[in-house]
Design a protein around this ligand. Sequence first.
Ligand SMILES: NC(=O)c1ccc[n+]([C@@H]2O[C@H](COP(=O)([O-])OP(=O)(O)OC[C@H]3O[C@@H](n4cnc5c(N)ncnc54)[C@H](OP(=O)(O)O)[C@@H]3O)[C@@H](O)[C@H]2O)c1
Length: 312
Amino acid sequence: MQFRKLGKSELEIPVVGLGTWAIGGDSFWGGQDRENSVRTLQAGLETGKILIDTAPCYGSGTAEEIVGEAIRGHRDQVVLATKCGLRIDQRMRKLLSRESIMWEVEESLRRLGTDHIDLYQCHWPDLEGTPQEETATALYDLVKQGKVRAIGVSNYSVEQMEEFSKYAPLASLQPQYSLLERTIETAQLPWCREHDVGILSYGSLGAGLLSGKYTAEHRPSDRRTGFYSYYQEPKYTKALALVDVLKEIAQERGIPTSHVAIGWVTAQPGVTCALVGARTPAQALENLKAGDVVLTAEELGKIQAAYEKYEA
Ligand SMILES: NC(=O)c1ccc[n+]([C@@H]2O[C@H](COP(=O)([O-])OP(=O)(O)OC[C@H]3O[C@@H](n4cnc5c(N)ncnc54)[C@H](OP(=O)(O)O)[C@@H]3O)[C@@H](O)[C@H]2O)c1
């Protein structure tokens, strides 16, 4: 596994991290067995130091509890990232007031069974008029208290990150980023590179599509197909053609297709870590092994040509 420094923070993080949205049992992903979820994270822990990304809203606290259970006795082996700002007790209010953050952090620490969070991220921008100064200084106070080591944001625009950074050191952005969704390349990615703000991509496997296991006849039966436009026509057929090229490269190298998709994300300048959601121990082990993959310039060129056809 390769490691990279996260922006200007003191954190060194693996280039592939384990995501926990699906293993929180969320109905979006068609549900999940809790014991299997714990075993999935424990399988990851057997490989060495890992990064786990979670959030209170993944299964309304369940994902954080599962993480807490899985890492008990192994806390020093984990870069632990969680989030605030989507209140699970109040119908997912997007709220980042000082009072709300101070309440949320204690809830997360309790569920995670730890006394500190390595990376604490604002999940979505506040929609209730909280000034960014209030949010950023509250998070910075948590750093000063030793409850948080570094501060990140997620789903923020460049303007929002510029304002936030006036009041607290910003370590990272967590945006959606994969071969199927490259919107951040126009603004956020270059801004983060220029300002040494790290990036943890989410949806790095296109919610499973880039693993190569879905076909014209076999799509997932849960809510992701209605949510992500690349699971719908006319994009789906084009996405499968792009996946065929990833499959060819994977076959030539003797690696799983998922490794080519993840390796493409980690090859993009500015990306620190590709977050990948695993639902089984086998998926966790396979995804973490992608942390050793370095694609060649020729392979990246072939992927870019296939992407241009997908985008056309
Ligand atoms: N900040 C945000 O707003 C935000 C939003 C979304 C996600 N996230 C974070 O980012 C993480 C990653 O994103 P994601 O989980 O949404 O999407 P993803 O990583 O693109 O896809 C995850 C899904 O792909 C399938 N999969 C995973 N590994 C596989 C493998 N090796 N082979 C075949 N299939 C595999 C699994 O579903 P199936 O087996 O059912 O196909 C899994 O649930 C999340 O878990 C979460 O921590 C953050």
